[in-house]
Design a protein around this ligand. Sequence first.
Ligand code: FAD
Length: 324
Amino acid sequence: MWVIAEQENGQLMNVTFELLGAAKELCAKLEEKCCAVLVTAAAGELPQQLIAAGADVVYVVEDAKYADYDTELYTDAICQLSKKYDPASIMFGATDDGRDLAPRVAARLHTGLCADCTALDITDDKLVAWTRPALGGNICATIICDVNRPQMGTVRPKVFKPAEMDNNRTGEVIAFTPEAGAVSRVELVKKEALSSENAVKIDEADMIAAGGRGFGSKENFDVLEQLAALFENSAVAGTRAAIDEGWLTHSQQVGQSGKSVTPHIYFACGISGAIQHLSGMKDSDIIIAINKDAEAPIFTVANYGIVGDVNVILPKLIEKIKAY
Ligand code: FAD
């Protein structure tokens, strides 16, 4: 079983440790090696970190041209590697890059892909059982692919606990150089960091202050920044209606056509709770909803609910939390 490692600014991303944590357990059931694949400009200490997190083997594809994620180059490297070593299954994070990369790799390897998984298991005949929400989050479908190899899936961030690190673990590091072939058709013109308020990605945040159309205006909506600022590793997010209003960017949308999130605390403010929104946040640990309509569907998934005007309640709540 392979896990495709992801990195940002030279650091392995949390999702990689989460996937390795899951893969390690699955590989124990499969009685096979847990492998990580690192495509990078500079491997440095990263292979050793992957081994500490549970990899028995780390395949390293290292070249300056992999400094930034590039669809063509990364797809080519992983496909060539896969053709040489023939893994039984490959797992990607359901991140922006993983969602771009995995379908292309699957198409080139003539195999299927189970996207956005939230649970994984091993069947009696040692196949991966990939479980994902379907029909707008109303059911969970478990997909088992016994036809093509490798079996492939993307797994949502924050579904699995990160692997515990053991710096005494040992493993094998295998360098791989793809044969020349793929040429990038992308020129990176500029990289722009997210503004400091939104530096935490919503699918990695522990606390999310989310808002919807109920705020009525961008000025009212901005109070969510104050709420988020009271918590560590927090982010502001919203419904598609809030994005359509221009109050947030698409990368902050939670739901069926946005991102799925599972923070420890999810504040749902002025959000009705449409099924397309609930499917992206209902698995959060604690959901606190504020809505002036006591019948709003958001209250069906909320652990705590406040019925009232969000523009009156939220500033008071912020003052209370500050005073706490
Ligand atoms: P509304 O549904 O308009 O709800 C506003 C809520 O605010 C109401 O419950 C109201 O009672 C409350 N309210 C109003 N004023 C106040 C006040 N002063 N104080 C307190 N409460 C107040 N939506 C998503 O969010 N994410 C998705 O990914 C997504 N994908 C979609 C995909 C498809 C194919 C489709 C068809 C739709 C999708 N939608 C998605 C849209 C979704 O159906 C809803 O339209 C959207 O979630 C509604 O957003 P909202 O709750 O902000 O607005």
